[in-house]
Design a protein around this ligand. Sequence first.
Ligand code: TXA
Ligand code: MG
Length: 338
Amino acid sequence: MTDSPQVVSGPEGIAIAAAALRAGQLVALPTETVYGLGADASNPDAVAEIFRVKGRPTNHPLIVHIADASVMGEWAAEVSPEAQALADAFWPGPLTVLVRRMATVGDWVTGGRDTVGLRVPGDEIALELLRAFGGGIAAPSANRFGKVSPTSAAHVVADLGSDVAVVLDGGVCAVGVESTIVDVSGDEIVVLRLGGVSVEALADVLGFRPRVEQTRAVVGEAVAPGMLAAHYSPAATVVICGVGEVVALAGDLLSDDAPDVVVGVLAPHVIDGLPAEAIELEPAGEGVDYAYALYARLRQADRLGITHLLCVPPMPVGVGAAVLDRLQRAAASSGLVG
Ligand code: TXA
Ligand code: MG
């Protein structure tokens, strides 16, 4: 056992990763959202390793990544017209649909639920791996439970080390926040997690604006059990504030008689008038730009020893709404350990 995983790339790397999946090993794979910690979805022992490495409760279901919408029928008991329309519009891409599962889809993937989450990722390397492997890849984000998701191969190596056999390096994730999860298994179509596909874009395809039901997760009756309020947590205490408040808040924190306080600021645009001691992270921009930068900035804040990260969110429209959601979860988990 070595201390670091095998980091591979290119066509040869894809072949190595596919062989590792066939051998029942864990493979970290790039997707356009975040890196996934993948295993052969049909292999219960391999999938059990995901839960062990992640430290995640085994009743939390996993998303199954597939190469093409045409194989949906191998996993879904029924593909409704709405599910098909969403798949047609957004796959390959940052959308996960929850559909009623076939009886053959293992409890080890679904946590015993009667639905399965399916996604065709919009990253060419992920798709090549899926085609080379030939089956479904079960994969949560490749971070330890409750922590910030990885958006580069280096993040994965730093987080998981040799707990993952192979890391397929596909560069930095283009979207940067997780997929949007839409439950199409019931009478009503409900968004369970905001993500890379905006609610506005869903509405354009569906012809109506679907209900977003993340609050259910926040109070602990989560349909998606991983959608806990305390999630996406850096070590720094995250405080969400308006652009008009950030200078005063930074000043208050720094003037409190607390020598160990290191204040950082993350905002869409440059903030004028910050105290000199405050560390201003490179502005993240709005919408998709903020999403792209978000997790790397949260990790950077920890590396810089920032104890209090003041975050000015982007405008909560489009993918900006998913960014605000992740900031709120990071803020909710501040102070919690693990
Ligand atoms: O962008 C993404 O979705 C990334 C990449 C790797 O594809 N994956 C990801 O997986 O974020 P994960 O496991 O970290 O988050 C998926 C969420 C979890 O909260 C899980 O509980 C929920 O989706 N989920 C998956 N299948 C479900 C199901 N059948 N019913 C309810 N919730 C489900
Ligand atoms: Mg996750």
